[in-house]
Design a protein around this ligand. Structure first.
Ligand code: SF4
Ligand code: SF4
Length: 256
């Protein structure tokens, strides 16, 4: 047994002697603030404008330490004859940091980016009840939230950036209206035996001239599907025989 203790004792004394010659690594907190990583989990900050009171975070919190109160408010219609809508108004949002276990689930599930991690950790209290932070205090923590870390070079573009790059809906509708104005007006095929119009129908000003082939009469097979009732004096002999099949001039029930 003495053989096992003696080498261990010597080894321990050698380690102590080595440490005596090194400089101490002491964190000088609170005189010197520690350099924490930007994604440290210090406290949860709230962007109140983003919160829609959907209650997802409160339902997913494993400690049930998020408290939300809200009421509904009627929003008048923006257009005459429109329907009034309802929206949630946040009355209370509080997190009890005496219960929170800093799991981050509430931040992950929030669909509107209303919750963020802040590395700030200096909010110890003498009274545990003061660790219940209401929405004003949670909102004040937003000033300590660092900007998001830059994406890795070569990574896929975020979906939000791609959505923001799309043209606005109003601009798209205006473009659609412009395209409709540029579309040539439909022209009915000229009747056989009637003179063709001298000029093409007017197209809205400021738009390019429609190509001439779009104004040409459609094929005959297409026009036959739409029977047209005409006065007997207007019909040619060929049309008369064709028209008679569609609209008989005599009642077949009557004896000839
Ligand atoms: S970090 Fe976890 S425990 Fe704390 S409030 Fe969010 S969900 Fe609840
Ligand atoms: S999940 Fe987000 S938007 Fe929904 S209540 Fe919580 S903080 Fe508000």
């Amino acid at each position: 047994m003495a053989d096992g203790i003696l080498p261990g004792l010597v080894k321990g004394m050698a380690t102590t002697a080595r440490s005596l010659t090194r400089r101490a690594h002491t964190a000088e907190y609170p005189d010197v603030s520690p350099a924490l990583p930007s994604r440290s989990r210090g406290v949860i900050a709230l962007t109140e404008e983003n919160c829609t009171s959907c209650m997802l975070c409160a339902r997913e919190c494993p400690d049930w330490c998020i408290y939300i109160d809200s009421h509904k408010e009627e929003v008048p219609p923006t257009t005459p004859g429109g329907r009034a809508r309802q929206r949630n108004v946040l009355d209370r949002f509080a997190i009890d940091f005496s219960l929170c276990m800093y799991c981050g689930i509430c931040i992950e599930v929030c669909p509107f980016d209303a919750l963020h991690w802040s590395p700030e950790f200096e909010y110890a209290e003498l009274d545990i009840r003061d660790l219940l932070h209401e929405k004003d205090r949670l909102g004040a923590w937003m000033a300590t939230v660092p900007p998001p870390v830059a994406l890795d070079p070569g990574s896929a573009e975020p979906a939000e950036v791609a959505a923001a790059a799309k043209p606005a809906r109003a601009a798209g509708a205006a473009a659609g209206a412009g395209a409709a104005a540029a579309r040539p007006a439909r022209v009915r095929p000229a009747r056989a035996g009637t003179p063709a119009p001298a000029t093409a129908p007017e197209v809205s000003t400021g738009t390019p001239e429609p190509p001439t082939e779009t104004l040409a009469a459609p094929p005959v097979a297409e026009t036959k599907r739409l029977p047209v009732v005409r006065e007997p004096s207007e019909q040619t002999s060929e049309q008369t025989s064709e028209q008679t099949q569609v609209l008989p001039t005599t009642d077949p029930r009557e004896p000839e």
